[in-house]
Design a protein around this ligand. Structure first.
Ligand code: RUB
Length: 308
């Protein structure tokens, strides 16, 4: 494996590269790096290499369908053309596809941020959880529209990605307050809107996102505050259509408690599931849609490709 690809996998695993969108984009660029530097002597050899590296990239983060859907889109292209194309052309076409993919995802992101920005009322108090580049992008866009609003950022233990959000917003001159996760109910009473990201959306429209998201959603419902998730259609989980649930990543217990007393067990689940009924809508690249429509729209636009 090319050393740059190894480095990208390491950075994804260690959360140096974090957030579903950034992970997928980085992984697809890694596959292109491998393709560009491939020493394969036949299309078949090239295909095996792409599959192997694609697998390694996908397993860097288990709960990330955008990563899987994106990598598999490219490896499927190689698989469909391995018999009909010359090695040189196959490589060149794959590299062109990678460029196309990056442009498409950036374009989708821009559209999504535009729709999300419009949802933020002037003078609003908005709560967010974890760090979603899509959500911070929406907030920055809303600020560009001249909207005056304030953000409450949950710290998101144990890795404190909320601090990434808080710093990014403050750097852009957006009013932001960092809170501990346990105080979200206090702030929800005064909030107008919750905006969170998404790692996976199931066939039933349930949302899988950073641990604590479902707690925020339940508290939002209690206070009748709208709860939206920013989710590109690529985040659909095809295997959920067949009843297979996303494997929720369990992280190093040391992140929670470095040296716990004897007899204390640690749970460090990275994500949780928020039922579709708590999600007011998904903000996607094609607009704001009801949670139950996400999957049918995603499969209509992207096709049902079940690789898992
Ligand atoms: C990040 C997280 C984000 C989603 C969406 O978790 O849960 O809300 O990935 O992010 P982690 P984006 O820090 O463990 O990667 O909108 O950037 O795709």
């Amino acid at each position: 494996m090319h050393s740059q690809v190894e480095k990208i996998i390491k950075d994804i695993k260690s959360l140096k590269i974090q957030g579903a969108r950034n992970i997928a984009k980085a992984a697809v660029s890694a596959l292109a790096i491998q393709a560009k530097n491939s020493k394969a002597r036949s299309p078949e050899e090239f295909y095996s290499e792409m599959l192997e590296v694609g697998e390694a990239l996908q397993s860097a983060r288990p709960t990330e369908p955008m990563l899987r859907n994106s990598i598999q889109e490219l490896t499927e292209f190689v698989s469909s053309n391995v018999k009909s194309m010359k090695l040189k052309d196959l490589k060149a076409e794959l590299l062109a596809k990678e460029q196309e993919y990056q442009k498409k995802v950036d374009k989708n992101g821009k559209a999504l941020m535009e729709y999300g920005a419009k949802l933020i009322p002037d003078g609003a108090l908005v709560i967010t959880h974890c760090h979603s580049s899509t959500v911070t992008g929406m907030m920055k866009r809303a600020a560009e529209f001249g909207k005056d609003f304030e953000v409450i950022s949950c710290e998101t233990r144990p890795r404190f990605q909320g601090r990434v959000t808080a710093k990014e917003l403050a750097d852009h001159g957006i009013k932001v307050t960092q809170i501990v996760d346990g105080s979200v109910n206090v702030f929800m009473k005064k909030a107008d809107l919750v905006l969170v990201g998404a790692d996976a959306i199931t066939a039933r429209g349930d949302l899988i996102n950073k641990i604590g998201t479902s707690m925020v959603a339940h508290i939002a419902r209690l206070h009748e505050v709208s709860f939206y998730s920013a989710a590109e259609l690529y985040k659909y989980s095809p295997m959920s259509l067949f009843g297979n649930l996303e494997k929720i990543e369990e992280r190093d217990p040391k992140e929670v408690w470095d040296k716990p007393p004897k007899g204390v067990r640690i749970s460090n689940l990275a994500f949780d599931v928020t039922s579709a009924r708590y999600v007011s809508g998904y903000i996607t690249e094609v607009g704001v849609i009801p949670s139950q429509s996400f999957f049918s729209l995603a499969t209509e636009k992207l096709g049902v490709k079940v690789y898992e």
